[in-house]
Design a protein around this ligand. Sequence first.
Ligand code: DQA
Length: 148
Amino acid sequence: MKLMIINGPNLNMLGIREPGIYGDQSYDHLVEMIRSYCDKKHIEVSFFQSNHEGDLVDCIQKAYFASFDGIVINPGAYTHTSIALLDALKAVSIPAVEVHISKVNEREAFRQISYIREVCIASVIGLGFDGYLKAVDLLCEAADGKTP
Ligand code: DQA
């Protein structure tokens, strides 16, 4: 099992940005938390973060050519705007889980829209950093043939 964890704009600012919403732990902490979780489960994991939409598209395409089995993606604000990310996920057909740290469903109206949701096997919303671990579990279960 080989997973790609993709984080979009401003997620490199975790710990600094709006701690009341996103918590006070850093992006590096998030990476270490996911890495140790995946190590215990013998899952090979790679990480990518960018503030640039096209770089996120490139990462999704590279995941295809490098034969990744699953994608965990928090596209940040591009969730609510990006048809390019939707098309990239459609193009590669790699099982993907959408993650949001905050309760986007209880925030502004514009955060209710997710362009990528329709191609994701699941969306994990409002569980904080633990949402990424839940997403890993969902991808493992999907790989084992269990529907989430
Ligand atoms: C977010 C929610 C988005 O609305 C926001 O733009 C982010 C982070 C989240 O993880 O809760 O950057 O995706």
